[in-house]
Design a protein. Sequence first.
Lengths: 270, 200
Amino acid sequence: MMKAFLDTTILTTVLLKEGRPRDTCLIALKRYESTEMPVYAIKEFKAGPLSYWVWLHNKLKVGHSLAEGITAIRALNPLQVHRKATALEALEYALQKQKNVSIADWPEKYGGDGEPDRIMADRIRFSMRRRIAKAWNDRHKIADKTVLPLSCYHEVSPQEGKDGLLDIQPIRCDQPDCYLAKEMKKDPASLVKIRDSLSKLPQKPENVNRLRVIKEMIRVPKREVSDELCRKLGDAVFAFFAPPDAAILTTNAADHLPLAEALGKQVETP
Amino acid sequence: MSATTKVNGTPTLSSFGPQITLAAYPYPTYTLPSEPASPIAIRGRAEPVSSFSVPLAQAPSIDDIYRAMSVGSSELRTAVTLLKTALQWTDSALASLESAELIHADDAMQHVRALLPELFCCRRLGDGFGTVVNAAQSALENKHGEPLTENQIRSIRGALKSILDEPLIGFDAANKQVDRLESAGLSVDPSVMAAITAIG
């Protein structure tokens, strides 16, 4: 395929990650003559990965403590267990290392700002803040073209409040009925193919939720699809709207493949 | 304690150790030594600066003014002292490179690296200030002992000079300085950020 239709994982990897995964994605993007990305990917990116970054940034800002940040990640962050363990280990190591760098009289001289825990929290926070800002500013630069604008969703940049916290709202659409769902309901035959494919997939929560929404759209097409339901459509949106001459480019081929194949479309990985 | 006064129509913070004059851009009223100081001459810390002026790229907000007041003189004075010392070391490194004294150049940059952790303790001056210091510190750490190129030393110097000229630098302006470090091939995040990227 000479054209790529980028999903949210590509956007996230290029904008927030570093090292080999990011490099691989950047090289992959050069394989194609043209690349497109739907605004829906930006919406998913902001409500998902970017919001986790903002959450941790704010946690570090309020708590002034990497140790507290580590506790929060352990308790709340929706990571797979092994990935979370690796991340936590690295953060704990960084905290230990900072304790060796700090000088004993800094806390006396600089107050809390001289404490190793706060120093490490702020170093990470500054880097996170910069990357959050850059990620948002660069979101339209990953693909040649951003397509499928959503009349129900406004791309509002994260804002810094007077308290120094970042505010990522809005992350939802502001209309009661999803624009994309309306378009999808115009092609019930494709919806049926997606439904049939979903019904054969493992009973993961996202598959179950997606199937429920698609079934509802087929059964009662006049019923409004709220923002909450629209977000559950997820991968089905990419399968449905990918142009026939484009491959869906994703790092998560396993989830995309069955839906794309049901509609005769291709999936490629970086 | 008086909050602000006006001098020739320009608001001026007074009653603090290092006086911040909210002067028009672009001229700082202090100067760095024009010649690189020898390592021996700058091995001890420079004396605290009693009075200096800081140009701001744009009119400061009331938040900037209150922040400067609340930070008071101590962080600002320490930051200026450390920055001036760091700049002298970078100049020394550049001079050494020019005369092909690679070991001296690298040694001078080790002195810069040693100053940055304490400089980061002055980050109450603002997120912009902290962002630049963090990036410079990370850039030096991430070299893992490899000497910096002349271009990289110049970019570090430029970043540090920018916060000496404007300690209350805004976040966007700070980001531009960090972009320059990146353009010089420096890695500007603490190495632990690799772990953070896993959370997304």
